[in-house]
Write a protein that binds this ligand. Structure first.
Ligand SMILES: [Zn+2]
Ligand SMILES: [Zn+2]
Length: 342
């Protein structure tokens, strides 16, 4: 089969590799669509990821497809089923799984290899996080399962309620997914972004207010002015992975406000916090990573109930041999999600 192999920083090559062999507990899927992801773009730029991928390796982790082969002991799935899976599953054995903090599992099995003609679904994912796609849901919509699960996890941890005022910094794929989920809850959402094309998409998706970031402009004051009585937002969500934006997000909320720091920064990066704001304004700051099986299930339900306009986030479709081009586009901020068609 053809598969994209990541060798190192900005070095991905389309090669002929063998179709993965499966065990009796695994499933082989013919990939119909794979979506680019900010994490893949980061992995591509940096040439790997300490937790998720060790090069050289097949990569890509947001996909949907049709089952080609099932292992003898797999129950509930058969050849020809349209399926989607999350990119990992917990071990259910470690300390964190024991206390039901599954996203902290010490032995998460990660799945890579979506930028290829076939992908193997490991046993733990088959058991926990593999789902059939109903006929009225497209492969492209279904392929949003993994990023949407992470976003659902974030929204739940920060506990946004109907009519609350939320500001999202960054309207890349994750920021826009937050927007869709929050609008579905009935929150009032302001987005902050420096890319005008992305702001237009956020507007189409129903954000209540937009703030364009420009050099020399006091973004925080502008955001506060948009909030009820100018006191600041109930919730600020950071979705850029930039330390300065982490710091700014904390200043965007009112007393008692909650801050979700969601965008992963580069290893070793630091932020400084105004202790006075955190103490006297009683701010809650949350870090959230990845997803758990319960969040994957909730994201799956949102997809199959067709609650969110996910298709609007796909800004381009390219064949597998254009994978480098697709990742370069994402790095340059051209487009939101690119659908890779093997
Ligand atoms: Zn992803
Ligand atoms: Zn575990």
């Amino acid at each position: 089969m053809k598969g994209a192999i990541l060798y190192g920083s900005e070095d991905v090559r389309l090669e002929n590799v063998s179709i993965p062999l499966i065990s009796n507990e695994e499933v082989l899927v013919k990939v119909e669509v794979a979506l680019t992801c900010g994490t893949d773009a980061k992995v591509y730029q940096r040439g790997g990821h300490p937790k998720m991928i060790h090069t050289p390796s097949l990569f890509g982790h947001e996909w949907s497809g049709v089952i080609e082969k099932v292992g003898e002991n797999v129950k509930g799935f058969k050849k020809g089923d349209r399926v989607v899976a999350a990119n990992s599953a917990p071990c259910y054995k470690c300390y964190y799984c024991g206390i039901k903090r599954f996203s902290l599992c010490e032995n998460l099995t990660f799945m890579n290899g979506a930028y290829a003609e076939y992908i193997k679904v490991p046993e733990s994912i088959v058991k926990t996080n593999l789902f059939k796609i109903p006929s009225d849901v497209t492969f492209e919509e279904a392929a949003f399962l993994e990023p949407l699960s992470c976003v659902v996890h974030g929204v739940e941890e920060i506990d946004v309620k109907k009519c609350e005022e939320v500001v999202i910094s960054g309207t890349g794929p994750i920021g826009l997914l937050f927007l869709l989920v929050l609008k579905n809850i009935g929150a009032k959402v302001t987005v902050v972004e420096k890319n005008e094309q992305r702001l237009r998409i956020a507007q189409e998706l129903g954000c209540n207010n937009m703030v364009l970031v420009k050099d020399g402009k006091d973004t925080i004051t502008e955001i506060k002015k948009l909030s009820y009585q100018g006191k600041g937002m109930d919730v600020a969500i950071e979705a850029t992975g930039i330390p300065k934006v982490w710091e700014d997000s904390i200043k965007m909320v009112k007393g008692g406000g909650r801050v979700l720091l969601f965008g992963g920064c580069k290893p070793g990066e630091r932020v400084s916090l105004d202790t006075e704001i955190i103490h006297y304004s009683q701010i809650t700051i949350k870090g959230v990573f990845h997803h758990t099986p319960a969040h994957v299930k909730k994201a799956y339900d949102l997809i199959i109930k067709k609650k969110l306009n996910l298709s609007r986030l796909i800004t381009d479709r390219l064949p597998l041999n254009k994978i480098s081009e697709a990742l370069d586009k994402i790095i340059k901020g051209e487009g939101i999600k690119i659908a890779i068609i093997p």
